[in-house]
Design a protein around this ligand. Structure first.
Ligand code: ADP
Ligand code: GLC
Length: 482
């Protein structure tokens, strides 16, 4: 039996801002429990819902030196869905209104504290991992601290690390002097072949350099980040770590996202009943959101963080034109004010045709995945993307740009060979996107039988964790044996 510890800044059901939480909350469930004891550690945020905070039990506490302060490290614990979760408690760092509140420096302090605490709690909780699986820049310091902790004694020697990059855009960068004084790490680590990048300290770089293996969340993104366009100025490093780097596409929690069991949607359906039952969901959603009630109009959905990454400037560019077509559009998301206001504006301008829901809601997201005919995701870059997998699962046909995980998971429709599960375009260009949406419209309206076959193929795809968990299993095995 091997011990694995996942360290992450978010995890469903406790706290979520994006797909990272979905991955960390679901992947641990899909390992063979006879082979691995997989546990998860995350911060205990005050902004977690009360129902989750109420579940936590106190384990122990101690004090730890960070940023020149002696800080309280509380350890809480709960078992949920047969997985053990540890929570690092500290009110000074984790009492904001959202996980990533405040300025970059504050976030670096917060996650430097978390990373050091993750290693420091191990002897106290009595769980010595054979491998720590770190996720994104917030845990990038763990492999670095681990290197540094080896000098403390036998306990930390031999623990392996995997660093998974969910989004290379976020790296945790601040000036070297400040990061040195926050982390307390010696000068030795702040050089260009270690944590320094372009004269600043870079936490994600630290993780990438010191981890035994580096993964990212799709094969295409693993290739893309070795190029300057996608490499976020670390493409040289990614090329240098090529031998340790691989892409493993994310899976989806098929119990959580399941059209025939989902109690959040108006009418459950399967691949055999979607023709009749999916439309009931559309009518219910139109009613709920004040859209014109019409079962025949093609309904296009978006559920997303409203940021540049997701391609909303393309949507902005063609929205007036698109709204001349026989389509309805529903968006659920929060993010940059520019995009929030853009969707509010179009919902006002095309009332009954466009619905803008500028908030966060798990419930509504499920209803959108279940009710729409198509799902638009024209990302500038997309490490993996889970929304398109959720759409496929609910027979909602993705229209995507061919990048990262979108390219790896959505097979473009070929009307001659009658293959494909979605529609896609290559260049980051608004007209190309509009042409692709209009092509999808033509199939939807004029070739309904073909459209329904696409839905069938989409729903029959398997993006559960089964395959990807096996690939992580292989990766762990290569580092720690069986
Ligand atoms: P990213 O992690 O880059 O935001 P993903 O597609 O991997 O993109 O994951 C996004 C996740 O966040 C999905 O589970 C999606 O349903 C969810 N999500 C995004 N915005 C909202 C929202 N406003 N309300 C509910 N869920 C949302
Ligand atoms: C990041 C990426 C997204 C990916 C998610 C989970 O947030 O933007 O593409 O699906 O992490 O890995």
């Amino acid at each position: 039996m091997k011990n694995i510890l996942f360290a992450s800044s978010e995890c469903v059901p406790f706290i979520k801002t994006g797909g990272l939480a979905d991955v960390v909350g679901s992947l641990p469930k899909y390992f063979d429990k006879k082979k691995y004891d997989v546990r998860v550690v995350l911060p205990k945020y005050s902004c977690m819902k009360q129902e989750w905070k109420d579940m936590l039990e106190y384990v122990d506490h101690f004090y730890m030196d960070i940023a020149g302060m002696d800080q309280y490290v509380g350890i809480l614990k709960c078992v949920y869905d047969k997985i053990t979760f540890y929570f690092v408690d500290n009110e000074y760092f984790f009492s904001g209104f959202a996980p990533y509140d405040g300025d970059p420096k504050w976030n670096i302090e917060k996650y430097a504290f978390f990373s050091k605490a993750v290693l420091s709690i191990l002897p106290v909780i009595g769980f010595r991992p054979d491998l720590i699986h770190c996720h994104d820049w917030q845990t990038g310091l763990i492999p670095v601290y681990l290197d540094n902790f080896r000098y403390l004694g036998e306990y930390y020697r031999g623990i392996k690390t995997v660093m998974t990059i969910h989004n290379l855009k976020f790296q945790g960068v601040w000036d070297t002097k400040t990061v040195r004084s926050i982390t307390g790490l010696p000068e030795y680590y702040f050089v260009p072949d270690k944590m320094e990048a372009y004269k600043d300290a870079n936490l994600l770089k630290g993780g990438i350099v010191y981890a035994d293996k580096v993964t990212t969340v799709s094969q295409t993104y693993a290739e893309e980040i070795k190029t300057p366009f996608y490499g976020e100025a670390l493409d040289g490093l990614m090329r240098a770590r090529d031998n340790a780097l691989c892409g493993i596409v994310n899976g989806l929690d098929y119990e959580e996202y399941c059209p025939f069991l989902d109690s959040r949607i108006a009418k459950k359906f399967t691949v055999d009943t979607f023709r009749k039952n999916k439309v009931a969901n559309k009518l219910a959603l139109q009613e709920e959101l004040g859209l014109n009630k019409d079962s025949r109009t093609m309904l296009i959905g978006m559920v997303s963080r409203l940021t540049d990454q997701k391609g909303f400037d393309l949507v902005d560019y063609i929205m007036d034109e698109l709204c001349q077509d026989a389509v309805q559009i529903v968006v659920l998301g929060t993010g940059d004010a520019r995009y929030e206001n853009m969707f509010r504006h179009f919902a006002w301008k095309y009332s009954g045709k466009v619905s803008a829901n500028i908030f966060y809601s798990e419930d509504l997201s499920h209803r959108i995945y279940a009710s729409c005919d198509a799902f638009l995701m024209p990302s500038l870059f997309e490490p993996c993307g889970l929304s398109q997998l959720m759409s496929l699962r609910y027979g909602t046909i993705p229209i995507v740009r061919e990048t990262g995980g979108l390219k790896d998971t959505v097979e473009p429709y070929n009307e001659f060979e009658k293959t494909g599960t979605g529609f896609s375009f290559t260049n980051y260009n608004a007209n190309e996107m509009l042409n692709t949406i209009r092509y999808a419209e033509r199939i939807y309206y004029d070739k309904k039988r073909d459209w329904n076959k696409i839905v069938e193929r989409a729903m029959n795809k398997d993006f559960s964790w089964k395959n990807s968990a096996r690939q992580y299993d292989e990766l762990y095995k290569s580092l720690i044996g069986e």
